[in-house]
Write a protein that binds this ligand. Sequence first.
Ligand SMILES: *Cc1c(COP(=O)(O)O)cnc(C)c1O
Length: 395
Amino acid sequence: MKQELKSTKFGKYGGQFVPEVLMPALEELTEQYEKYKDDPVFNEELNYYLRDFAGRPSPLYHAKRLSKEYGVKIYLKREDLVHGGAHKLNNTLGQALLTRYMGKKRIIAETGAGQHGTACAMAGAAFGIKTEVYMGAKDTVRQRMNVYRMELMGTRVIPVKSGSQTLKDAINEAMRDWVANVETTNYMIGSVVGPHPYPTMVRDFQSVIGKEVRTQMMEKEGRFPDSIVACTGGGSNAMGIFHPFVDDDLQLFAVEAGGGGLKTTDKEALHSATLCAGEEGVLHGARTKVLQNKYGQILESSSIAAGLDYAGVGPELAYLADIGRIKPCYSLDSEALEAFHDLCRLEGIIPALESSHAVAYVKKAAASGELGDVVVINISGRGDKDLETVLGMNK
Ligand SMILES: *Cc1c(COP(=O)(O)O)cnc(C)c1O
């Protein structure tokens, strides 16, 4: 079932739907990634940074009190303890190191809420590579602290004033920059989305999560879990924990954001649940499932969790959903918020609102027995960044 790296596709999904001028850059990146992905020197250096800079391996924690409350044995994969407070650094360390091996002097990226941009800034500073991040002008105002965080680490944040002044305009500007400066510059994408090789490359860099879970589960339980549950925006924390288990006999649940509370199957109401309610289309260089209306126009997504607020999803997840290997599902804003409080109160762990969607699904599904006896939840990040949102919702 695992894809050959050489293939640009996952079934009918994936590919490289980009303007002709971008093709040489993608070809070079694909070639260089294939050259270094199994290189022992590259991997030794990457493992050094993952361990001594990022703090890996992240613990697998038996959440005893949450298990008792929900009625199923729960282990938490603690990506919230990774440097920067989320899984995103696993990927940016990989891509930044590749940038250096490729002999490029400059990193560019786009960021929405600022989480990927911050992870790029950390990796850029650690490797001493000039880093510039495109961000919608509106987002720079909404996410002032993340802009400041990036600037503290020496990254230049470039506000994008065109179009809707949000993520999709930032992506356009970053692509334009890459085409113009491909000799010196590498473009780092933050999830398993975009044209080939990004979905494969980002998945591979994030697979460190699932590889660790394999070892940790054998140490703690002497067997694999019955289910793995992960929240899904673009899908990088989900693919990272799923991929090493794709050929094993266990269930994989991809939990999307159902948004603001309409309990309905009407797809326009499932605000960010692309696997659940999306249809085939092309978004950001790849064929995948996309939230769109009947005219093919992209629907505005919305969720309390900024990291899940994306109208597309990684092409490999779309493929795995179609063949029935993963189970797409969703949690609503209100359910995620309740699970957020459960984890805070019962375990002393403040999860990201994104990760809270995964916890919420376990709460719903445990009673029906569909999860089996032992579940691993990927806690993709910590919730300190979300406290103002939660405070606002509780009023
Ligand atoms: C960015 C982010 C996500 C969503 O991105 P994926 O690519 O779907 O993993 C989830 N959780 C946290 C904490 C994030 O920062």
